[in-house]
Design a binder for this molecule. Sequence first.
Ligand code: PYC
Length: 440
Amino acid sequence: MKNGHTSDSDSARASSGRASRRPPRRERYSALQLVSKGLSGGDWPRVWEHRDLERRYDVVIIGGGLHGLATAYYLAAHHGIRNVAVLDKGYLGGGGSGRNTAILRSNYLTPEGVRFYDRSLKLYEDLAGELNFNVMFSQRGHLTLAHNDGALRTMRWRAEVNKLQGIDSEVIGPDEIKRLVPRLDTSDEARYPILGALYHPPGGIIRHDAVVWGYARAAGRLGVHLHQNTEVTGIDVQNGSVTGVRTNRGTIAAGTVVNCTAGWSTLISDMAGVDMPVTTSPLQAAVTEPVKPFLDTVVVSGTLHVYVSQTDRGELVFGASVDPFTSYSTRGSLEFVEGLASNVLKLMPSLSKMRLLRQWAGLCDMTPDYSPIMGATPVQGFFVDVGWGTYGFKAGPVAGEAMAEHIATDRVPEIIAPFGLDRFETGRLVGEKGAAAVGH
Ligand code: PYC
């Protein structure tokens, strides 16, 4: 790392380079204690501790979402770099990390994308143990429906790329689809008949808040400072190198600053004088009242611009493609739910009596090739982990792991080498639009 950090030696965990997996005794409860605490509403320990804001850190991470927290955690856990602050202008996980539809998968279109998201899925599989936090990862399978020949061809293409990378992914026909999701209208009379689907058994859903809290707690325990309501208003650069950040709580010196924001990634990069080829659009989502579990697969239709899964609480969570305009608004719109309801009912007519409970929006930073931008920038010490479009949540663990390694070693890990900012000059784009979510 530039302006090299010397790790502190405050615990045996530092020398092993790994976080302890055993919770402190005060946090282990019997089932009865848990129920009684839950009912009495009392005295839960704080998930992460409050620390005073220092005037200098080795690394300042802007953005207290999953990517920022995971980067901080792996810096501390894997590289012993603990003099790290994560700053968020709101609350931890209040941006895209708490607004996504919590779908995980690795069935992308490009070999670069497939390898990258597969590593993330593997990290997610072990995350509850790694963080000692129940993240409720349910690998229930992921279906991307094809309603026309063009879509079916893309699914076959993805399946072949996936298999070559060792990913469990195949094209299945309507009978198998009906067996997996009996509620789907697979008849020939459907307005958009289902010709086949890309089936990806390891895909699924997770409890997104728990992932954020788990990383926050683990990073905090390793000495990382987590500062909420701390807005970055400027980035100081001298002679081509970053020297610190200005915030609503004063100036902080740092030789390494990492932009892990979504929505505001261009504004933050602008502060360091670095242009990002990113436009920002809202992505809306909605959830229904809870009903008896009937859907244990994630279902996506690119043609109908919709995806749906059922949570463990029984709610159906719906999403669509990004709004067709750029904006920083996170308000839901009536137009969105009208379109959503109409498209969902084309897939599953029997849901017509279900009621929507609430809707919301998150901000998606779209790059020209639908792949992220990760790594160093022309400003020495200023790193970016941005441009996450509609796929940031599923990438959080691998992005954190790789960014931490990059910052700590000054070497670009192979897994993120294709995603550098310079690809927009060299033209070596990673075109992921065909698998980015539903059609954009
Ligand atoms: O890429 O799977 C996806 C996705 C789901 C919701 C938004 N993106």
